[in-house]
Structure formats: structure tokens, C-alpha cells
Design a protein around this ligand. Structure first.
Ligand SMILES: Nc1ncnc2c1ncn2[C@@H]1O[C@H](COP(=O)(O)OP(=O)(O)O)[C@@H](O)[C@H]1O
Ligand SMILES: [Mg+2]
Length: 335
């Protein structure tokens, strides 16, 4: 007797079914996804992941697909192929809430986790990364064809580029719209070498730099920073809305300057209140990424270009914890 004909397959429908079951960040990694006789065969890009990240990615895919009735078995092949470099914006509504400090320290903490990270100082008018990453006065080289800047290696394994490395202080102040966009593109499109991830330290608010990022260099996600005061929170919400309108996922909210630890007596006081950001994040259904206390050491370290996250002191811990969450988000799309 003849064998019955095999059931007809629809590769597009199989792939759609699999993609729908995965988080967007994982779905973004798929090279191919098929279901053959109840067996899902997945090829995903993982060239940017550590061994642990690869294991977590496999586990997350298996956990997401196994419950589907169409799938009895999951086979996964991870390629060593490098993915497109990803951009994460660090934003806030107000200035002075610690965006730049957070960007620097998150980058250093991510580098400690084995990530290849660069920092773009998007604060064209008030650059602070040359100081924070101890590269003041360093001029970036150009590529041999003269078309790109070459990102500068800072002392803690993080690459960096800032308008502060290129123009004299105060020179960019008169720039508006198109000039700002061009300046930002020069930094983003520079030669970043092996860097997989760029953190962009944004100026405060919702101005030209934010708009040109959304139109020309759309970030893969945004981290928002706020101090616990109501006013800073309201401004952070406004910054968040801009990203949402631009369809940039908000990775979460960080509370900075969350309680002052007196270096003399160890007493913790709350100059700006405490816990407000977490409640606020819950109300807006934004993930809360963590709390960074106000410490004199953090401020002094910033001025010296010695990011606390590079050391082992207690100031490093909150940054390391937030970096872990960000790394998980990058690998799996969830924190
Ligand atoms: N957690 C913190 N503890 C102590 N000082 C901080 C902390 N975060 C930021 N600062 C200080 O506050 C000032 C403003 O921080 P900065 O990162 O430049 O903010 P923004 O980029 O949002 O304008 C800097 O002097 C910085 O050293
Ligand atoms: Mg800043």
C-alpha cells in the first residue's frame, strides 16, 4: 500500500507561530525557525553572548516553545554570527539626576560582565563622559579612509566618544537641529571595533538630540533615571512618553540619589525622599531596575574619572545589580 502523502507544510506559518511565542528580543535573534513532524528546529544568532548567555537563551527558547501543542521537541542551533550592534539610550526629564554617572558606571559594570561596550556622549551641549571616563583632552583618530572617527579606549575597558573630544568646550552651544543630528551621527557611525552594545548618555529633556536619535538611530531600548522627587518623576514620565511614541521599549526606571549614607556615622537619610521611583514605576507598569544611593564617594569618583563600578567597594554593588538586569534584558527581552 502507498504511504499517505506527508501533511503539507507552511514555513511562513511555522515561523510566525514560533516568533509569536518568543519575546521580541529573542525573536529578533532568529535566523530560521521551522516545525518538521512536531520538532521545532531553531537557528538563532548568539555571537555576542557569553557561554552563560547562550545557555540562558537556549533555556528561554525551549521553555517558550515546549508548551505549544504543535511542538513535541525543540532543537536549537546557535550561530557564532555577530548581531547588529545595539543601542540603549539612557534618558531623564531633568538634568543633574545622574544620567551621565549611571551611563558610565553601567558601561563599566557591563564590561566587567564580559560585554563589549561603548559609551556615546549624546549631551552635545554639556558633555561629561570625557571626564567620567578619564579621556579628557584625548582626540579621536580617524579611519584610514578619513570617513569615520575611531572610538577612544578608556581605562576601564569601555570605548567612548563625545563631542567634548572633538570641539572646544562651549563651541557646540550655538548648534541647533540639523547640526546636532549630524554631530550625533558622527559619534554613532564611528568605528567602534568589536563593540556589541552602545549606551547613549542623552541630554535632559525631549530636545533635538532625542528627536534625531528616534529618527536616525532608533535605540533598541531606553533606561530612564530619576531622583525620588515628584518633579523629577513627572519629567521622567514625559521622557518615557517620547520613547513610547517612537516605539522604543522602556527597559526600566532607575532611582538615583536614593538615600544619603553618612560617611561619619553610617546613618541613612533621604534628602530627596526614597522609594518614590519604585512606586511610580509600578503605577506606570514600567520595570524598576534598582536604586543607587547618594554617596560622597560616588560624586568624588565621578570628578576624578574613576567610576565606582570599576572597583569592589560598596558603591559598585548597585551598578553591578542594574547591569545584570540590563544584560538579561539584552539576552532575553525580559529583566
Ligand atoms: N548616586 C550619586 N551619589 C553622589 N553623587 C552623584 C550620584 N549620582 C550623580 N551624582 C553627582 O551629581 C552630579 C550630576 O550627575 P550627572 O551624572 O552629571 O547628572 P546628569 O547627567 O543627569 O545631568 C554630578 O556631580 C555627579 O557626580
Ligand atoms: Mg549628563
Amino acid at each position: 500500500m502507498d504511504n499517505p502523502p506527508p501533511p503539507s507544510r507552511s514555513p511562513a506559518a511555522e515561523e510566525a507561530l514560533i516568533r509569536a511565542a518568543l519575546t521580541p528580543a529573542i525573536a529578533d535573534r532568529l535566523r530560521s525557525a521551522r516545525i518538521v513532524a512536531g520538532r521545532a528546529v531553531i537557528v538563532a544568532e548568539a555571537g555576542d553572548l557569553s557561554d552563560q548567555g547562550r545557555a540562558e537563551l537556549e533555556a528561554a527558547i525551549t521553555a517558550a516553545l515546549t508548551p505549544l501543542p504543535e511542538i513535541a521537541e525543540v532543537r536549537i542551533a546557535l550561530t557564532g554570527e555577530r548581531r547588529r550592534r545595539r543601542l540603549i539610550a539612557v534618558g531623564s526629564g531633568k538634568g543633574g539626576v545622574g544620567k551621565s554617572t549611571l551611563t558610565t558606571n553601567l558601561a563599566v559594570a557591563l564590561a566587567k560582565l564580559g560585554r563589549r561596550v561603548g559609551v556615546i556622549d549624546g549631551d552635545i551641549y554639556g558633555p561629561s563622559q570625557p571626564k567620567l571616563l578619564k579621556t579628557e583632552g584625548v582626540k579621536p583618530a580617524a579611519t584610514s579612509d578619513g570617513k569615520q572617527l575611531v572610538a577612544i579606549d578608556s581605562p576601564h575597558g569601555v570605548k567612548v566618544l563625545s563631542m567634548g573630544h572633538i570641539v572646544a568646550p562651549g563651541k557646540a552651544l550655538a548648534w541647533r537641529g540639523p547640526m546636532t543630528g549630524k554631530a550625533l551621527s558622527q559619534l554613532v557611525d564611528a568605528d567602534w571595533g568589536e563593540t556589541d552594545l552602545l549606551l547613549v548618555d542623552l541630554p535632559p529633556g525631549t530636545g533635538d538630540v532625542q528627536l534625531s536619535m528616534l529618527s536616525a538611530h532608533k535605540p533598541d531600548g531606553a533606561v530612564l533615571v530619576s531622583t525620588p522627587q515628584d518633579l523629577a518623576l513627572i519629567d521622567a514620565a514625559r521622557a518615557g512618553q517620547l520613547f513610547e511614541q517612537g516605539e522604543v521599549p522602556i527597559i526600566g526606571l532607575v532611582e538615583n540619589m536614593a538615600g544619603y549614607c553618612c560617611p561619619e556615622c553610617g546613618h541613612i537619610s533621604d534628602p530627596f525622599g526614597s522609594g518614590g521611583v519604585e512606586k511610580f514605576a509600578a503605577a506606570l507598569e514600567i520595570p524598576f531596575l534598582g536604586r543607587v544611593p547618594l554617596t560622597l564617594a560616588t560624586r568624588i569618583a565621578g570628578d576624578r574619572g574613576e567610576p565606582p563600578a570599576a572597583g569592589e567597594g560598596e558603591e559598585a554593588a548597585p551598578f553591578a545589580a542594574i547591569a545584570q538586569k540590563l544584560a538579561r534584558w539584552l539576552d532575553t527581552g525580559a529583566i
